[in-house]
Design a protein around this ligand. Structure first.
Ligand code: BG6
Length: 486
């Protein structure tokens, strides 16, 4: 791995503590960070290096999948961390940052490769990128990379404006847009699932597949993010990015030896082939909902509108379901049903591929359940094939058999570990290219407008259930049903 400086904006924040420090630590333990790495954390709080290091250490005990066991190893890890107070708007602070980064490079004998990780609100991205350029931080002899988190824009126009702003100082190849769903091990496995399995490859098209269902359900509500979430809703928070990325990863026709370029190019092709929703027809293909009071695992919870910080009468969506179609040779005629929501019965991300029934199906056979390929992304990482067998007690009936396929690798790395490791190595395969982001916003834009114009009814749904019953109409109109938790 290239030795590099990791410059983290937002070092005192929640994401840093929950995800970034544990990811760096696990990369370190696995020998995937070079010994002489440097981390410079930036924030508004007046922390000393020692306070910063103590906070990093605590974050590992609290959030790392591997708790630190070896004091010596832990000490070698945290001694790489330095802190500087930074006001995002002050040029002098960036000059000082440059001195610190350069001093650490000299002390550690590092090539001036610099990864700038922006774990801050998107409203600061442009300012920080400009200061990085103006201060000379980005002008060193090594490489420079910018890692950013979502949300990447609020709609198509703001996403374009943000991209243009970043483009003034960073080239597309230097920008790593994190979509943490792309870091999930099972999502990364999708890349090769079909090409490396002739059994699946033979079935992977509209000849054999009846429909595909992609569900990301959560039990949590809005939590402490009312200000952000009430403006974003499920459509921007999950659908425009994570859900459409899952769709792309599943359906892209990737060559066996794909590179970052081919993967991203083929994903872009999927987005280009996605049939656009016509204005005035959004309500026929999209269902939106908002959770009402109910209970999660027997514990009563408030409805969305009664959550702290949510304005009374908010019409924000906490659930979205949509029917999509892809107009290409492989997928034409196969409906894709995608849904995501908060305060649902279970925390689960899964893809269900329903196969068509045999051609000649009659009599008792007509009652045979379809074959399903179920890909569980979270919380379990399993692939299940549902097949039919004859019921030995009642020979006229079928009994579904479940073939569970589990990866025996003991410990899988977390999404952020995969992604930060990839960004440090310069592998952009599992980062969202601007083309994908722009096409996703373009596809979602008519939905945003229809929501804003009140064209799509907002269905209340009881917390702890499966979401609004209205979503059943999406599948029923094609003669299908949602697979809930088979
Ligand atoms: C984030 C959303 O991107 O993804 C959150 O902002 C959501 O609202 C989270 O809870 C879900 O991620 P995961 O990995 O828990 O499925």
């Amino acid at each position: 791995m290239n030795a590099a400086s990791f410059v983290l904006f937002g070092a005192t924040g929640d994401l840093a503590k929950r995800k970034i420090y544990p990811a760096l630590y696990n990369l370190f333990v696995d020998g995937k960070l070079s010994e002489g790495f440097s981390v410079v954390g930036l924030g508004r709080r007046a922390w000393s290096d020692e306070t910063f290091q103590a906070n990093v250490e605590q974050a590992l005990y609290d959030f790392s999948r591997r708790k630190p066991a070896d004091r010596g190893e832990l000490a070698r890890f945290v001694r790489a961390f330095r802190f500087q107070v930074l006001d995002i708007d002050r040029a002098e602070d960036y000059a000082q940052l440059r001195e610190l980064v350069e001093r650490r490079e000299r002390e550690l004998g590092l090539t001036p490769n610099r990864m700038f990780y922006l774990s801050v609100g998107p409203e600061y991205f442009g300012t920080i990128a400009n200061h990085i350029e103006a201060s000379g931080l980005g002008g060193a002899d090594g490489w420079k990379r910018l890692v950013i988190e979502k949300p990447f824009g609020h709609d198509l126009a703001s996403a374009r404006a943000l991209n243009a702003k970043l483009g003034e100082t960073f080239a597309e190849e230097e920008i790593y847009r994190i979509d943490h769903y792309l870091g999930k091990p099972m999502v990364q496995k999708l890349e090769l699932l079909q090409q490396s399995n002739p059994v699946l490859q033979a079935l992977w098209s509209n000849h054999y597949i009846a429909n595909v269902q992609i569900t990301a359900s959560e039990t949590v509500g809005v939590e402490t993010r009312a200000g952000y979430y009430d403006r974003a809703g499920a459509i921007r928070d999950m659908f425009q990015n994570h859900m459409l990325q899952l769709l792309m990863m599943l359906t892209a026709q990737l060559p066996k030896n794909s590179t970052a370029e081919t993967v991203r190019f083929k994903k872009k092709k999927v987005m280009e082939a996605l049939d656009p929703l016509q204005q005035g027809q959004v309500a026929a293909s999209v269902v939106r909902g908002q959770y009402a009071a109910g209970a999660i695992a027997g514990v009563p919870v408030a409805g969305y509108a009664d959550e702290p910080g949510i304005p009374a009468g908010s019409t924000n969506d906490t659930y979205v379901a949509a029917r999509l179609t892809i107009d290409d040779a492989f997928w034409r005629g196969v409906p894709f049903y995608i849904r995501t929501g908060k305060r649902l019965q279970a925390k689960s991300t899964r893809i269900v591929i329903e196969f068509k029934p045999p051609l000649k199906q009659s009599g008792a056979d007509a009652a045979q359940p379809p074959n399903l390929l179920i890909i569980d992304i979270n919380p379990n990482e399993t692939i299940t094939l549902q097949l039919n067998a004859r019921d030995t007690q009642d020979k006229a009936r079928f009994r579904p058999l479940h073939l569970d396929l589990r990866d025996d690798a003991e410990e899988t790395p977390e999404a952020y570990e995969n992604l930060i490791g990839d960004a440090l190595r310069g592998d952009a395969t599992f980062f969202a290219h601007w083309d994908e982001v722009e096409l996703s916003w373009r596809w979602v834009q008519p939905i945003l407008e229809a929501f804003a114009d009140g064209e799509v009814p907002l269905h209340p749904y009881e917390a702890g259930g499966h979401g609004p019953a209205a979503a059943d109409a999406l599948t029923a109109r094609d003669g299908y049903r949602w697979w809930q938790g088979e």
